[in-house]
Design a protein around this ligand. Structure first.
Ligand SMILES: [Zn+2]
Ligand SMILES: [Zn+2]
Length: 286
């Protein structure tokens, strides 16, 4: 029987193995079947994006005494949260917890686009000038800390089985690498896959420089929230080959260095967020 404690002790190895395994597969796939031509030499983006994810991980570990799986174990021991107080079958608690965690991440992503101060943090993810698996690792450390705070609050309220939280985190990590990958999926495969998971073509729309496209397709795992809640855009207006990746600000190669990424929230106006009235007046150039 899989105990919560054994889930907790397996977490670091399982997560690291899944992360490195999926990253390697995506990198090989990008070499074998790239979707778009690269604009920026890989060495600049990869060294800085990978340095950033290492910094994020260190800051996260040093800031929080307990992370999401640990809190789920603690909640179970102390009877906190919904699923530790109702008599639901384990499979139902696992499925419902994973769905609700995914909805919470979707809503959090919408919030990071809508609130100007939070957009300053999150736009750093969008300021990458190419779109590949390492883009999926590129988040400001303060965004990572706020996300973990929200996730811990959701875990405390839900009281999900620890295995559900671990599975959710491993799957989210894998899908984030997959749906940022610069890979050329056959269109029919994309259409079918898109019914159950966010594909690279679906998430690439979210990295378009056009604010109407930036502010769409917020899902990372499941595409369903975007369909149900009206934020789904099927394809970029200019097509995948001609669309421009990034945001209006921060378009130099120097902006891709880690020191510039870290101070980006303090630079320039917060324009382009989802509630910015100027977004509507922008017309696509002919
Ligand atoms: Zn975003
Ligand atoms: Zn993204």
């Amino acid at each position: 029987m899989l105990t919560s404690q054994s889930v907790l002790s397996a977490e670091p190895t399982l997560r690291l193995a899944a992360f490195l395994g999926v990253l390697m597969v995506m990198i090989l796939w990008e070499v074998a079947a790239p979707r778009r031509r690269r604009e920026i030499p890989r060495v600049i983006r990869w060294t800085n994006n990978i340095a950033l994810v290492m910094l994020d991980t260190a800051i996260l570990r040093l800031t929080f005494p307990i992370l999401a799986v640990g809190l789920a174990v603690m909640a179970e021991e102390r009877g906190w949260g919904l699923f530790n107080n109702v008599d639901a079958p384990v499979w139902l608690a696992i499925v419902a917890s994973m769905l609700l965690l995914d909805l919470a991440i979707y809503l959090q992503h919408v919030m990071f686009h809508a609130v100007p101060g939070l957009w300053r943090l999150h736009r750093m993810h969008h300021a990458d000038l190419d779109f590949d698996a390492t883009t999926g690792l590129r988040f400001h450390p303060v965004e990572i800390l706020i996300s973990m705070g929200i996730k811990l609050a959701v875990v405390a309220a839900l009281g999900p089985p620890a295995i559900a939280v671990l599975l959710f985190e491993v799957v989210l990590n894998a899908t984030a690498l997959f749906n940022h990958a610069n890979i050329d999926l056959p269109r029919p495969t994309d259409r079918v896959l898109r019914l159950i998971v966010v594909t690279p073509d679906m998430h690439r729309v979210h990295h378009s420089v056009d604010p109407r496209e930036t502010n769409s397709n917020y899902g990372f795992n499941l595409p369903w929230w975007d369909w149900l809640l009206g934020t789904y855009v099927a394809q970029p207006a200019k097509g995948h080959d001609d669309m421009e990746i990034g945001i209006e600000q921060f378009r130099t190669r120097r902006d891709l260095w880690i020191d510039r990424m870290l101070i980006q929230p303090l630079r320039g106006p917060a324009s382009g967020h989802a509630l910015d009235p100027h977004n509507k007046t922008k017309e696509p150039d002919a």
